[in-house]
Design a protein around this ligand. Structure first.
Ligand code: BES
Ligand code: ZN
Ligand code: ZN
Length: 491
C-alpha cells in the first residue's frame, strides 16, 4: 500500500472522517473544504443518524465525491486499543466498499491515551497494512480476490515530511508482520523446515542480514539431540536457522531471539485429538515472527545487534518417530525424558536457548506457540510472559498495549522445578501434575536451559490467530513482531 503525506486536501480519494459521539464535524478539515450542498447533505445525515448504532457510513455527495464517516464512540472510551481498531476499520470499510484510494487525517485518532501524532502516523501505517492483508496465495478465482486499498493520502498540514517519515516506519513494520503471517498461514506441505529456511534466506539476502542454515549433519556435530529427536519421524528434515544483524559495534553483546519453528505439530505418537489439528501448520509462528522481527529491524536500520535463531522441525507420526519414554540429549548436555511427544516445542527450544549462549547475549527472548494452557489462561487476548527481569516486564506490557500486541506476566518460580523431575533423564518435558500448572511448568522447563542469562519467554499460542472483532483476516496475525520491534529499538 502506498502512503503519501500531503500538505493539501485532494478531491479524488474518498475522505475519511472519524467522529466522536460528541464530535463536531464543522471543524474537520475534510468538511471545511466541501461546497455548501455537500455540507448540507452531511449535516442532514448526521442529524438523522446515531453513529453508535451505525458506526460506518459511506456518503455520496452532490458534487460527486464520496466521504466515509466512522463513529468511534465517546471520547472517554476511545482507548489506545480502540484507536488501533479504528485504524483497521478505516481500511476494512474501504476494502468492503470497493474503495481503492482514501484520504485520512491523523489527529482524528488522538485519544486520551495518546496524543503523539508521530506515533499515531506510524501506528496508522502498520494497522492499515495489517487490515489490508488477506492470504490469497491459494485462491485461483478472480471473484475470490478481495478489493485491496492501494493508496492512502495522509493530510498533514504542518509537517508532511515528518509525517512521511513515521508512515514509512509503520509501513515497514506492517509489511514484515504480513510477511510473517504469510509464512504461518502457508500449509505445512509447502512450509517445511527447509521451506522456512529458504524464506529466512530470502528475507536476509534482501536486507544485509547474514544467515546460516544448519542441516542435520551440522546439527548432529553440535549435539542438538532435541531438534533432531523431535524431527526424526518426518520425511521433511529439520533445520536450524541462524540470522545475524549487526547494526551496532560488534563488541556490543547482542539480544538473541529464539522462535519455535514446528512446521506441523501432529502431537507425534501422543497424537493430538482432531480439534485444532488443522491449525498446527502455524506452530512455527514464533519462528516466522523472529525472522521478520530481525528483518524489520534491519530495514529500520536499528543500531542494535540482533540474532535470530529458529530450531525448525516437523512433529510427525511414523515408524521413525521419537517415542514417549525416549531420552534425548540436548546440545548443552542435559537429557530430556519424553513424557509426551506433544510437548515438543520446549524440546527444540532447549537446543535453541543453548545455542543462544554462544553469543554471550545481554538478553534472550523466545517466542513460541508453546501451550494450550496459555490459551486456557488468557483466551486470545494476550500472550503469556515469563521473565527473569522484572524491570522489563512493565515496559513490555506497556509497549504491548500500545502496539496491539498485548502480553501479560506469569510467575517464573523455582518451586515448579520439582515438578519436572524425571525418572531416568535430567528433566521430564511434562509436569508431574500433568495439566495442572501446565503453563508455568513449560516456562520453568525452558528456564533450565538458559539460566543464568537474562531472559523473557513469550508463549504466543493465545495470539496465533485472529479473533472476531479484530478487523483482521482469518489466520495468523503476526504476533509479536510489533512488540519486539518497538521493545528492541528502545532496549
Ligand atoms: N503447539 C502446541 C500448543 C498449542 C495449542 C499452540 C493450541 C497453539 C494452539 C504444543 O506443542 C502442545 O501441544 N502443547 C501441549 C503440551 C502438553 C502435552 C504438556 C498442550 O498444550 O497440550
Ligand atoms: Zn505439541
Ligand atoms: Zn507445538
Amino acid at each position: 500500500m502506498l502512503f503519501l503525506a500531503s500538505k493539501n486536501i485532494e478531491k479524488k480519494p474518498v475522505s475519511v472522517v472519524l467522529l466522536r459521539e460528541e464530535g463536531k464535524v464543522l471543524r474537520h478539515p475534510f468538511y471545511r473544504v466541501l461546497n455548501d450542498a455537500d455540507k448540507a447533505l452531511i449535516d442532514r445525515f448526521l442529524a438523522a443518524t446515531d453513529l453508535k448504532k451505525s458506526p460506518v457510513n459511506t456518503l455520496f455527495l452532490p458534487s460527486g465525491s464520496r466521504i466515509l464517516i466512522i463513529g468511534t464512540g465517546d471520547k472517554n472510551s476511545f482507548t489506545a486499543k480502540k484507536v488501533l481498531l479504528a485504524m483497521r476499520q478505516v481500511i476494512a470499510a474501504a476494502k468492503k466498499a470497493g474503495i481503492k484510494n482514501v484520504q485520512v487525517y491523523i489527529p482524528d485518532f488522538v485519544s486520551k491515551d495518546s496524543k503523539d501524532l508521530n506515533w499515531l502516523a506510524e501506528s496508522f501505517a502498520t494497522q492499515a497494512e495489517l487490515a489490508n492483508f488477506e492470504f490469497v496465495v491459494y485462491k485461483t478465482s478472480k471473484e475470490d480476490k478481495p478489493n485491496f486499498v492501494e493508496k492512502v493520502l495522509v493530510y498533514a498540514e504542518r509537517n508532511p515530511a515528518q509525517a512521511q517519515k513515521y508512515l514509512d516506519r509503520g509501513k515497514i513494520v506492517g509489511e514484515e508482520m504480513n510477511a510473517a503471517r504469510t509464512l504461518a498461514n502457508t500449509p505445512a506441505g509447502d512450509m517445511t523446515p527447509e521451506g522456512l529456511a529458504k524464506a529466512a534466506e530470502a528475507a536476509a539476502k534482501a536486507n544485509k542480514i547474514s544467515i546460516k542454515v544448519l542441516e542435520e549433519d551440522a546439527m548432529r556435530r553440535l549435539g542438538m539431540g532435541g531438534v533432531l529427536g523431535v524431527g526424526q519421524g518426518a520425511s521433511a528434515k529439520p533445520r536450524f536457522i541462524v540470522m545475524e544483524y549487526w547494526g551496532a559495534s560488534k563488541r556490543e553483546p547482542p539480544v538473541v531471539l529464539v522462535g519455535k519453528g514446528i512446521t506441523f505439530d501432529s502431537g507425534g505418537i501422543n497424537i493430538k485429538p482432531e480439534r485444532g489439528l488443522h491449525e498446527m501448520h502455524m506452530d512455527m509462528s514464533g519462528g516466522a515472527a523472529v525472522i521478520h522481527t530481525v528483518t524489520a529491524l534491519a530495514r529500520l536500520k536499528a543500531r542494535k545487534n540482533i540474532i535470530g535463531l529458529i530450531p525448525a522441525a516437523e512433529n510427525m507420526v511414523s515408524g521413525a518417530s521419537y517415542r514417549p519414554g525416549d531420552v534425548l540429549k540436548t546440545m548443552g548436555g542435559k537429557t530430556i525424558e519424553v513424557g509426551n511427544t506433544d510437548a515438543e516445542g520446549r524440546i527444540v527450544l532447549a537446543d535453541g536457548l543453548e545455542y543462544a549462549k554462544k553469543y554471550k547475549p545481554r538478553l534472550v527472548i523466545d517466542a513460541a506457540t508453546l501451550t494450550g494452557a496459555a490459551l486456557v489462561a488468557l483466551g486470545q487476548r494476550a500472550s503469556a510472559m515469563f521473565s527473569t527481569e522484572r524491570r522489563y516486564e512493565n515496559l513490555l506490557r506497556e509497549i504491548g498495549e500500545r502496539t496491539g500486541d498485548p502480553v501479560w506476566p506469569m510467575p517464573l518460580w523455582e518451586e515448579f522445578e520439582e515438578e519436572l523431575k524425571a525418572n531416568f533423564g535430567d528433566l521430564s518435558n511434562i509436569g508431574k501434575y500433568d495439566r495442572i500448572g501446565g503453563l508455568a511448568t513449560s516456562a520453568v522447563f525452558l528456564w533450565q536451559f538458559i539460566k543464568p542469562i537474562p531472559w523473557v519467554h513469550l508463549d504466543i499460542a493465545p495470539r496465533m490467530t485472529s479473533m472476531e472483532g479484530d478487523n483482521l483476516a482469518k489466520g495468523s496475525i503476526g504476533a509479536p513482531v510489533n512488540l519486539l520491534v518497538h521493545f528492541l529499538e528502545k532496549f
